[in-house]
Design a binder for this molecule. Structure first.
Ligand code: FES
Length: 107
């Protein structure tokens, strides 16, 4: 059950624990963290669950699939090299302590 920290664009931090196997998007929306719209429900097609992975964690996640890379080209706030779709990050014990930042808008 990893501890996750999501930081809003204004610096507000949200820390929570989430079960293994769920996506960051599912966990964050379940805990009421604002700033993730997830319009497609986790189908990796809307780009409204965009997050920036903290640089300290960027190399510890599996790389995005080609389809995810394409969707990241459509996000409201331009993607950076550490951008991910939070619906495509599955939580596991290896992600204990994961830190992510939210863009200031998703649309
Ligand atoms: Fe739509 Fe992640 S929820 S791309």
């Amino acid at each position: 059950m990893p501890d996750i920290t999501l930081i809003e664009a204004d610096g507000t931090e949200h820390g929570f624990e989430a079960p293994d196997g769920v996506s960051v998007m599912q966990a964050a929306t379940g805990f009421g963290v604002p700033g993730i719209l997830a319009d497609c429900g986790g189908q990796a097609s809307c780009g409204t669950c965009h997050v920036f992975v903290d640089p300290a964690w960027a190399d510890r996640l599996p790389p995005p699939e080609p389809h995810e890379r394409l969707v990241l080209e459509t996000t409201a706030v331009p993607a950076t090299p550490t951008s991910r779709l939070s619906c495509q990050i599955r939580l596991s014990p290896a992600l204990q302590g994961l830190v992510l930042r939210l863009p200031d808008r998703q649309v």
